[in-house]
Design a protein. Structure first.
Length: 141
């Protein structure tokens, strides 16, 4: 039985939605954020992380099986493994940021301490998204 949609398309759309949630939360912390703005920013980040975890377990881990046991072009392998490694790093950093936020909710100082990880996290997530898009467009899997 075939699916009415391409799982790769759904994965790509979900990756873009996840990144959009992170970007959407940025204006809420510009300047001095109120507790309400910090809560919105944190909630959007938690939602993005939950969706990312679901995507990893439903789509990405099962697709890893195709990478073992066959010859793959070097450029395809670089794109795929860049996406996989950067996505894993983004996931770990995401858990660190969210875990710290949850342990000290609505604390402006807690958010300030994690700010050093937030910019690299968004950059790593963006590069992973670009690599994931290439995986999909080039039909590497």
């Amino acid at each position: 039985m075939s699916l009415p949609f391409d799982p790769g398309d759904a994965s790509l759309v979900l990756q873009v939605v996840i990144f959009f949630l992170l970007i959407l939360g940025l204006p809420f912390v510009k300047g001095i954020g109120s507790k309400k703005n910090l809560k919105i920013h944190g909630s959007l980040t938690v939602l993005a992380l939950i969706l990312h975890v679901i995507l990893v377990f439903i789509a990405m881990i099962p697709s890893l099986g195709g990478w073992f046991g066959g010859f793959v072009e070097l450029s395809s392998a670089f794109i795929f493994w860049s996406h996989a490694i950067l996505g894993t790093v983004a996931l770990v950093l995401g858990f660190m940021v969210v875990g710290f936020w949850i342990s000290k909710p609505l604390s402006n100082m807690a958010c300030t301490r994690m700010k050093k990880l937030m910019a690299p996290l968004v950059i790593i997530w963006a590069i992973s998204l670009i690599m994931g898009t290439l995986v999909h467009i080039l039909k590497i899997l």
